[in-house]
Design a protein around this ligand. Structure first.
Ligand code: DGL
Length: 266
């Protein structure tokens, strides 16, 4: 058996993709990880489709040249719902995208009312219309785009406190809509949001369930890498930012405890 050190590359605008890394590492504990955050382009959710489409394939091309991954996970709903076909066309590698987990949410909902919580860019994508029509046609699907929750998740991982009021205000964007009090499942349609799940549960109505794409992506990565070799010894994961400022340095310090080397810049 050979010692295959080619990593899996996870890409997001910031720390959100770590919510996809965690279930993947749980399934594939020997997988070497490169985690790439486009901190210079953060946040994506308030950008136009054109900006995301121009930025993401080019960056992933540079990252693929530098790190030679065996597979790339776009661990970002915003980038995936806008740029996945362009990335797949540009790179000769398996690319796994992250799209809103509307299907499992519709399967789990008893009230047939689900909330989709994403970035402003994600919730307006036709991709979300398609997923709703295919998997939740008999549900009322309410959407809310939150830039504030993205910021709060970044702040949390940089060691800052998260104010419960700020989280509650964003959830009110869903529950405050007409019919919103019937929501029993929330789709975390931004990879940053599972990082705030404890804070969201603390302020959400009792019994509301949260679903996200992380576990499904981990299973998909396991299928796509089935039969491949992994390093015999655990390797240190790599962390790369497109801009390395104070906040990124603090995030880097936090991630050292999770097996990541000091951050690099692209
Ligand atoms: N984590 C990203 C997503 O899943 C985007 C957050 C942002 O940069 O606005 O959509």
């Amino acid at each position: 058996m050979s010692d295959d050190t080619r990593p899996i590359l996870f890409f997001d605008s910031g720390v959100g993709g770590l919510s996809v890394v965690a279930p993947t590492c749980a399934l594939l504990p020997m997988a070497p990880i490169v985690y790439a955050a486009d901190s210079a382009g953060f946040p994506y959710g308030t950008k136009s489709e054109g900006e995301i489409a121009a930025r993401v394939p080019a960056l992933l091309g540079r990252l693929a040249e530098r790190y030679h991954p065996r597979l790339i996970v776009i661990a970002c709903n915003t980038a995936s719902t806008i740029a996945l076909p362009a990335v797949r066309a540009a790179l000769d590698l398996p690319i796994v995208g992250t799209v809103p987990a509307i299907k499992p949410a519709a399967q789990a909902s008893r009230t047939r009312t689900i909330g989709v919580l994403g970035t402003e860019a994600t919730v307006r994508q036709p991709y979300v219309d398609d997923l709703t029509a295919r998997f939740a046609a008999d549900c009322t699907v309410l959407r809310y785009g939150s830039a504030a929750l993205v910021e709060l998740a970044e702040a949390k991982l940089a060691g800052e406190a998260v104010a419960p009021d700020a989280v509650a205000r964003e959830l009110a964007g869903l529950f405050g809509q007409t019919g919103g009090d019937a929501i029993d499942v929330i789709v975390n349609a931004c990879t940053h949001f599972p990082l705030l799940e404890d804070e969201m549960r603390a302020v959400a109505p009792a019994g509301v369930a949260f679903v996200d794409g992380g576990p499904g992506i981990a299973r998909r990565v396991a299928v796509l890498t089935q039969g491949q070799d992994w390093p015999r010894e655990p390797v240190v994961h790599q962390l790369v930012f497109t801009r390395l400022g104070d906040r990124e340095a603090r995030i880097g310090t936090h991630l050292r405890a999770h097996g990541f080397a000091s951050p690099e810049t692209l």
